[in-house]
Design a binder for this molecule. Sequence first.
Ligand code: PEP
Ligand code: MG
Length: 572
Amino acid sequence: MLFKGISASAGIAIGKAFVIEDEDFCPVKRNIAKDEVKKEVEKFRKAISDTKADFEKIKAAASKHLGKKHIKLFDAYLFIADDPVLKSEVVSKITKELINAEYALYEVIEENAKVFEKIKDEYFRERGKDIYDVGKKIMKHLTGVHKKTLADVKENSIVFADNLTPADTILMKNENVIGFATNQGGKTSHTAIMAQAMEIPAVVGMKDITSNVTHNDIIIIDGNEGVVIVKPDPETLENYHRRLKNYQTEVKELSQFVNVPAVTSDGKKIIVAANIEIPEEVRSVISHGAEGIGLFRTEYLFINRAEFPSEQEQFESYSQVVEKVFPNPVVIRTIDLGGDKLLPYFNINVERNPFMGLRAIRFCLKYPEIFKIQLRAILRASVFGNVKMMYPMISGVDELRAANVILDEVKQELKSKSVQFDENMEVGVMIEIPSAALTVDLLAKDADFLSIGTNDLIQYTLAVDRVNEYVTHLYEPLHLSVIRLLKNIVDAGHKEGKWVSMCGEMAGDPAYTEILLGLGIEHFSMGAASVLRVKKNITKTNFAGAKKITEEILNEASRELLIQKINQRKGH
Ligand code: PEP
Ligand code: MG
């Protein structure tokens, strides 16, 4: 049985299915005798202490793998599990109503969580979910029914789940998990990004894959193609064992490119940098031979926690990355919150079209005080290495200027307090909205560099939601409109003497390397796992030849013919 989904992280794995079950939360009510009260209360107290021990364990794993800043969620869980009011309400129900601990807990959790659910403020509403999460954990210990969770994963497992939370993903950072597939999710979900950082194959948006697999089924997961094969026949299995071997050989061979500079066959030096989400990924950036960081998506420091990170916390994260990557540059992108990256602790109204809503620079210009904290942290970190900064989702020159006015205010404040920063720090803009691509000649005058975000540029140009699994087939990076916009951006940037980078997923796909070189892109930035493959392609490409091919296809109206032409050229 072959199932198709959305490829979220590359690689092939063959293993056994491990299906995560949803924990239900509906115990049976049982009346108890008075002399059973003590036993039930003790059982409840033990469940609380076991739950707390579990959270401490996850918290330690989170802090080890993701850094101390990501553990606040577990602090919040621990706080709820230890809440004296919640505990005394349960004990009082057991004692006064003479009911079993499970049912007493169930009632208390339901009552408390419902109060939160009714609250309009999103932050408090989210706290209701936390209460449920903690309640489920306590219930698991009370009932002794241990459903399969990530902690039980045996070696060589491919995990199947309806959805995976960031907390789950952290637990998967163990050698036993060799891949995962989920019913929900898009290519850019936090879970998918973590899978790439962990370099395990993942397929998401599989709709109802969990109902088509059972524990221990033999599974092939092909993250390159976005495919999961359940109980493959011997022929398919053999075929995939061969593919896996070839893939592993290829990965090994690629390692020879770690220290090879990315130079085309006719001598043009290209920069290949990496994208990161969290500081811990720097290790992988260096081991894959990337020349610096072309996109640091700082919003990941803001999500998956209970409050905004302080200026000091941000400063420490940024300077830590900058120091490690020095003398190579780090392009820090100011927060791109909104869209699919929401903050449970900050009240943004639920939007009908969040990708076209209060996102990124729009959010920052609306809440300058939040923006300024980040700008201060970035400027302070700039003296520790080679820092550049860029704004996401700029739609035109006025927005860039508005952001720069705030930046200037922050610089003045720092100067007045004699705080050091790099006065020459380059400030660039992401070109990821068609309006910016069409007025890029103006933006290129004000900006120090341009960085093309194809993930968004393509979704807005083609009107195809990038996280919607139903329109993925329409998401076409080679659409002539996209190619023309890319050409416009590169030419405008170069005309003003500015460097132009591409940091969207298109830059990391080796299928597009030649055409991007042909368009004049000289700076690439991508997930660290793609760096070597793209470097290899660059060394095989003739820069002048690539330019010629690109000129030919720039006027090709039919997408089919365009792709055919590219493939024919490759055959030569
Ligand atoms: C992009 O849009 O291409 C990009 C790099 O930014 P993000 O994926 O974070 O929106
Ligand atoms: Mg973007």
